[in-house]
Structure formats: C-alpha cells, structure tokens
Design a protein around this ligand. Structure first.
Ligand code: MCA
Ligand code: AMP
Length: 525
C-alpha cells in the first residue's frame, strides 16, 4: 500500500512508542514531549512546515523501513545525499532502530566513497538517484542494500518509507552504545571513523542547550550541511532537545540568511557565514534585532570579524570550539564577556588541560601546549583502529586533540595553532597527505607539499607546491585535471606553485611553515 506525501509527513505523534529505553532518542524527543503539534522544521524552498509529531512519525516510518531493509541493531546506515528533512528523519530513524548513522560529505568522489563503504561495511547505503549508477556497485559489492533520496525527498527511500509500518517501537540502547560514526580526514591520508555513543551526543546536546539557553521559543537558522558534527550534533540535536524550530536551508546564502532573520532567534555557522554577511549591505542593527544569539565554530573566527560584527549589529558572536571526536568542548559564556580570539571556557562536566606535547606533562595557565580533553563528550575510539585509538589517549583517559592552545589566568582557552598537519577551509578539514599522494603519482612530478594559506572567504585555502622533472613538466591545469576525478572539490588546490626544490630542515623534513610564510598572499585578491 502506498501513501501520499501528505500522509507521510503529517501523522499523529505515535502513542505506542516509548523512547524511554533508547538513550539518545529520549533526549532528542525530550524538548517536544507534550508539544507534538509545535513547529519543528520549516523548509521554505519546499514549502514544508513540519511539527514534532510529523518529524517523529516520519522517523518511525523510516525506522520501520530501515529494519525492513535488513538493518539490525549495531549495523551501519550510510548516507551520502543532499540535505533534506528526509535525511534528518533517516538519522532519527537510524537511532530508533538501534543502528549507527554514518553521514558522508556530498562532495566525495567514488574513490573517496570506496574507502568509507569498505571500511564501515554498511547494511544500508542511501545516495542521490543521480549517483546510483556510480555508487551502487561499490555498495552492493560490500553487502549493502541501496536506497535513493534526492534534495526534494524523491527516490526509493520515500517509497520504502511510504510502505513501511507507521509506528516503531524504539530499540533499547544504553549510554555506551554506538549512535554515529563520522569520518574525519587522517594524517596518513586514510580517513578514520570516529565512533560517537548515545551518551556522547545526548550529554553534549543537553549541555549546549542549557549553556546557550535554547528553549522551545527558539527558531534557528539552519544553513549548515548535516553530514558533519556542526550541522548535525550541534544545530539539530540542540534544537530538538530544546523543542525549538529550525528554518532549514539547503545551503548557506547570505541573502536568504538575512531574509530569514526577522523570523529567527539564533544562527549557527562557520566563520565564512559571518565574513560573507559582513560583505552584505543588508547587515544592520535593525536586520539582526530579533536574534538572541549568533554562534560560530569549526574554524578560528578572526578577532577582527568578531569586532566588525559587533560594530555592524550590536551583537557579540559567541565562539565555541569542538571536534568530530568530542563534539563541543569549550564555549564563550552566554552572559559575561565573549572574548574575541578565544573559545571561552570548558563546558560543564568537561575537563581541559594544556600539556607538553612530547611528554603529556600538564603546563600551568599562560603556557602554550597541546590541548587535551576528558569528559562524557569524548568518543569511544576510531572504528576498527584500536592501535590508532590508543595512540590518541593518555593513560588517564584524556584525548589528545592535536590542537595547540593556552589557558589564560582567568580561564579563557585560546587556540593558537595545530600540531597536526591540517588545513581548515570554510569549516572543512583537509589533510595535505591525501592530496600530496595523488599529485606525486602524476607523471613528471618529483614531489609535492600541500599547505594552507589565508583565504579571504574560506579563512584558509589549499595551495600545492610542486617539484617537476625537467623533461616532462605538467602545468597547473594538467595537475588539477589529473586529481579532480578522485578528490572532492573543496580539497582541490586553489593555486599550484612550481619550485626547484622543497624547503627542508637539516633533518630533511619539509618546512611547511616556510612555505606558508613565503606564499601567504597567493590567494589574496
Ligand atoms: C565550497 N568550495 C570550497 C568550500 N566550499 N572550497 C574550499 N573550502 C570550502 N569550504 C568550493 C566550491 O566547490 C566552489 O568551487 C568554490 O569553492 C566556491 O563555492 P561556493 O559556492 O562559494 O561555496 P558554497 O557552496 O557557498 O560553500 C561555502 C560554505 C560551505 C558555505 C562555507 O563550504 C559550508 O557550508 N561549510 C561548512 C562546513 C561545516 O559544516 N563544517 C563543520 C565541520 P568552484 O567554484 O571551483 O566550482 S564539524 C567541525 O568542524 C567541528 C566538529 C566543529 O567544531 O564544528
Ligand atoms: P573536525 O575534525 O572537522 O571536527 O574539526 C575539528 C578541528 O576544528 C579542531 O581540532 C580545531 O582545530 C578546529 N576548530 C573547531 N572550532 C574551532 C574554533 N572555534 N577555533 C579554532 N579552531 C577550531
């Protein structure tokens, strides 16, 4: 029996299901209990206004469809599909079905996907119908059932949902059970799957809701992608846990964000959202008057952007710091000074220390060192990588973030750099090693070094320095064309420089600092 879209979206809140035994589902549902008809999600482009009852009914129907597709508790449900309410409902449905949700960046190519699928071995893989021809063979070869979903929700997922049972008894899940796996780029070029538990996500959502004072009166501009921790675990989880509403945008657009502001109370974004809005004439005191809080994270917010924002709007952006492996760690205060250039204080229940990177010896306030984290937010480990997991933890349970920072005498944390060779471009993490390996394999290339330099829009942008063989010298366009089929667009170098040799220290190690300093203005202008 098939149902119309209307009946799929607009269903009564199930009374049969009791979420009490599913740790994360209980938290995500908590803000809306008794308020089933309250607005949860408003997608204006699609003309959809969905209540909590609608969203959870959809989630239950997808949970039924997921189970019907053969997914068992602890199996993985992998999704590489455009942002939509359907994908959000698949996330909730996966949690209800007791499986682990594994979202992937929509920019990834078949080469990148192959690694994720063969590593996570999902029981169910959901992709855009247009990508089915490329990705389905990889997924089925690894044992997955394939369903499709496009940006408007059309595809075989919708059909499966329409035909599935419309209520689902949540599978009991304990605090330490796996809820999600998020892939983070790896220093060796191989992405690692960070295993987040029900308790990691539930505790962080509740902590942030309270710290940032989110309530059922809030309306959040949600313009982030939902395949990363920021859009999924911060924006969606906090909003649901508070029982608030989201203005759900396919992607960030400064015109649209300004048009939505009169109806919103909050916005979360990466620094590029704020720098783009500062370039917009429409950003004024009046335009932002109804907003309660602007929150920034995923990459450093320049102190200058923070100050310019205050001058243009009267609001102080609230900057916070997190990672895929830990969700959110620190935040500037809701009340009190939001200090530009800092990421504020450790969140309640989370311990932070700064240590000597080599030895792990704790350093006093005021000294720069490695940032280490311990708390209920810290992940369970990397998927099927026990040795790698062990390397990243101290014996007393602190997680070594790879970020360098300092804590002031009055407790504010400042990130001063990274010990990991990482570029953060527009909030996306990029590890140079993966790009260097692809460039080094091109005919006529001797070696390469990939590094980040300041970029006016993305904060940092990717640059490749290449040493070529004199007789067969590929030009920049040839190099980009050679790597493009295998590398998501956001990782591709925005400039290629040719050098006679790479700068090295006496130990023979490539000096990326020298490359960064010598080429600091390559992407300006
Ligand atoms: C798009 N491009 C990029 C990026 N995005 N290049 C480098 N870095 C990027 N981030 C490419 C496009 O393919 C395009 O290439 C060109 O740059 C311009 O694209 P444009 O249309 O201007 O970009 P956009 O579609 O507007 O996207 C920019 C964006 C987006 C809105 C900043 O990247 C974004 O939403 N970023 C948020 C990422 C995020 O959620 N991070 C959170 C990770 P061409 O023109 O050549 O075709 S979670 C995390 O970090 C932790 C947990 C935390 O603390 O939150
Ligand atoms: P990801 O691996 O995508 O979770 O990115 C996490 C990394 O983003 C952290 O380890 C930091 O290097 C960086 N990051 C997140 N928030 C901030 C911030 N507010 N300021 C500086 N760096 C940040």
């Amino acid at each position: 029996m098939s149902r119309t879209l209307t009946s799929v979206y607009h269903s009564p809140m199930s009374t049969r299901s009791d979420y009490a035994t599913n740790h994360l589902a209980r938290t995500l549902r908590s803000g809306s209990v008794g308020r089933g008809q309250a607005l949860c999600l408003d997608d204006r482009k699609r003309g959809l206004r969905l209540s909590y009852a609608d969203i959870f009914a959809m989630a239950e129907r997808y949970a039924s469809a997921i189970a019907q597709a053969g997914v068992k508790p602890d199996d993985r449900v992998m999704v590489q599909a455009e942002k939509s309410v359907e994908v959000m409902a698949v996330y909730l449905g996966t949690v209800l079905a007791g499986a682990a949700f594994v979202p992937l960046n929509t920019a990834y190519t078949a080469r990148e996907l192959e690694h994720f699928i063969s590593d996570a071995k999902p029981a169910l893989f959901i992709c855009d119908p247009a990508a089915r021809g490329t990705f389905a063979p990889i997924a089925t070869a690894n044992g997955a059932t394939v369903l499709t979903c496009d940006a408007t929700g059309s595809g075989t997922l919708a059909e499966a949902g329409a035909n599935a049972a419309d209520s689902f008894e949540a599978i009991p899940r304990a605090a330490d059970d796996l809820a999600c796996i998020l892939y983070t780029s790896g220093t060796t070029g191989r992405s690692k799957g960070a295993m987040l538990t029900h308790a990691n996500l539930a505790s962080n959502a509740e902590t942030l809701r309270d710290y940032w004072r989110f309530t059922s009166d809030d309306v959040l501009i949600h313009a982030l992608p939902i395949f990363h921790a920021h859009g999924l675990f911060v924006a969606i989880n906090v909003s649901l846990t508070a029982g608030g509403a989201m203005l759900f945008e396919q992607k960030f657009d400064a015109d649209r964000a300004l048009a939505l502001m009169p109806d919103a109370t909050a916005m979360m974004g990466v620094p590029t959202f704020y720098t783009r809005l500062l370039h917009h004439d429409g950003l004024t005191f009046e335009a932002t008057a109804g907003i309660r809080v602007f929150i920034s994270g995923s990459a450093p917010l320049p102190a200058e952007t923070h100050r310019d924002w205050t001058a243009r709007t009267g609001h102080n952006i609230l900057e916070r710091y997190g990672m895929t492996e830990t969700a959110m760690n620190t935040s500037n205060p809701y009340d009190g000074e939001r200090r530009p250039g800092t990421v504020g204080f450790p969140l309640p229940g989370i311990e932070i220390r700064v240590t000597e990177p080599e030895t792990g010896a704790p350093l006093p306030n005021g000294r720069i060192g490695g940032i280490e984290i311990r708390g209920p937010n810290v992940f369970k480990g990397y998927w099927q990588m026990p040795e790698k997991t062990a390397e990243e933890f101290r014996a007393d349970g602190f997680f070594i973030t790879g970020d360098l920072g300092v804590i002031s005498e009055d407790g504010y944390v400042t990130i001063v750099g990274r010990s990991k060779d990482l570029i953060i471009s527009g909030g996306y993490n990029i590890y140079p090693k993966e790009i260097e390996s692809l460039i080094d394999a091109i005919d006529g290339v001797v070696e390469s070094a990939v590094f980040g330099v300041p970029h006016p829009d993305f904060g940092e942008g990717v640059v490749a320095a290449v040493v070529r063989q004199p007789d067969a010298a590929p030009d920049a366009a040839t190099i980009i064309a050679a790597i493009a089929p295998d590398l998501a667009k956001f990782k591709q170098p925005k400039a290629v420089l040719f050098l006679d040799e790479l700068p090295r220290n006496t130990m023979g190690k490539v000096q990326k600092n020298t490359l960064r300093t010598d080429n600091a203005d390559v992407l300006q202008g």
